[in-house]
Design a protein around this ligand. Structure first.
Ligand code: NCD
Length: 298
């Protein structure tokens, strides 16, 4: 593994290795120290992803260099591929990129991939592979037999890079059933033949082992895609009553940031089935496994 710009970069065997390594770190395995310089290029807001990559690097002795886009020479017309070539010339070996442009990490990989390893930390509405991997780790640590699971993703699937990467990863790893629940205007353009799409929340929740709730990404909607938040809440929000339909040991997930009272009620966010903060914690171990794999190979 030289880069991680998409779930397409991974084989099932590599995913297994990353899961095992992340779980070993979580269980207290020794943390090797690497003198790697990691560049953080976050052009879009982030709390969990940015900080957990930073903590992961810190645990492995790697140094994080923050690229401050608004105060950089990109303000003077420098293009991002030149920025990355310059960072590489100064010894940066890995870059973690978040950007609004779909496909930008792939573009950087093609332009600079000989000099630096590129990690996609979320590109536009395209992919967010490290989130999908930490989500899979969270699921597998409680429900390891993926071939027996019904997983429902609820929300704005069309615009969600989290959902897109998770759809690919579920297919790669043989999840039994993936239900995509969304109002018709937020349903994805493409799906795998094994995925089920519905606009009825109860169909997705019925017997679900895992329910992944997505944020209503108001900033990504065009005017014709807008829905009233009240109607959305009535028809699609995951509420305490919704849990009567799922399996009794259902795991409730959300990648954050959570909009309480819109896509999910507070009682569920803070309730006994919520693994939302476990996802956040697992993000550190999984990102350690990824940074290490790019350094030494997997
Ligand atoms: C998401 C993102 O930024 O893609 N959050 C995350 O990385 N944990 C989801 C979102 O923005 O809704």
């Amino acid at each position: 593994m030289k880069h991680l710009t998409s779930i397409d970069d991974l084989t099932a065997q590599q995913v297994e290795k990353l899961l095992q390594r992340a779980m070993a770190f979580k269980a207290g395995a020794a943390k090797p120290q690497y003198a790697t310089l990691v560049g953080h290029l976050f052009y879009e807001n982030s709390t969990r992803t940015k900080i957990s990559f930073e903590i992961a690097a810190h645990h492995l002795g790697m140094k994080v260099i923050h690229f401050d886009a608004p105060h950089s020479s990109e303000n003077k017309g420098e293009i991002i591929t030149d920025t990355v070539h310059n960072l590489a010339a100064m010894g940066v070996q890995q870059i973690v990129v978040r950007h609004t442009e779909n496909g930008l990490p792939e573009k950087l990989r093609l332009a600079c991939g000989e000099q630096v390893a590129v990690i996609n930390a979320g590109d536009g509405q395209n992919e967010h592979p490290t989130q999908a991997l930490l989500d899979l780790m969270t699921i597998a640590s409680q429900k390891p037999d993926l071939s027996a699971l019904k997983i429902a993703i609820v929300g704005n699937i069309k615009h969600s890079r989290v959902a897109h990467s998770f759809q690919k990863l579920s297919r790669l790893m043989g999840v039994k059933e993936l239900f995509l629940v969304a109002p018709p205007i937020w349903q994805p353009d493409t799906k795998w033949s094994s995925d089920r799409i519905t606009e009825h929340l109860h169909e997705g929740l019925e017997g679900a082992d895992v329910v992944m709730v997505l944020r209503v990404q108001r900033e990504r909607l065009q005017s014709h895609e807008n829905l009233s938040l009240e109607t959305y809440h009535q028809q699609f929000a995951v509420k305490r009553d919704s849990l009567a339909l799922t399996r009794p040991d259902v795991m409730i997930m959300h990648p954050g940031p959570v909009n309480r009272g819109i896509e999910i009620d507070s009682e569920v966010v803070d309730g006994p089935h919520s693994v939302i903060l476990q996802q956040v914690r697992n993000g550190i171990w999984m990102r350690m496994a990824i940074l290490e794999a790019l350094q030494v190979g997997v």
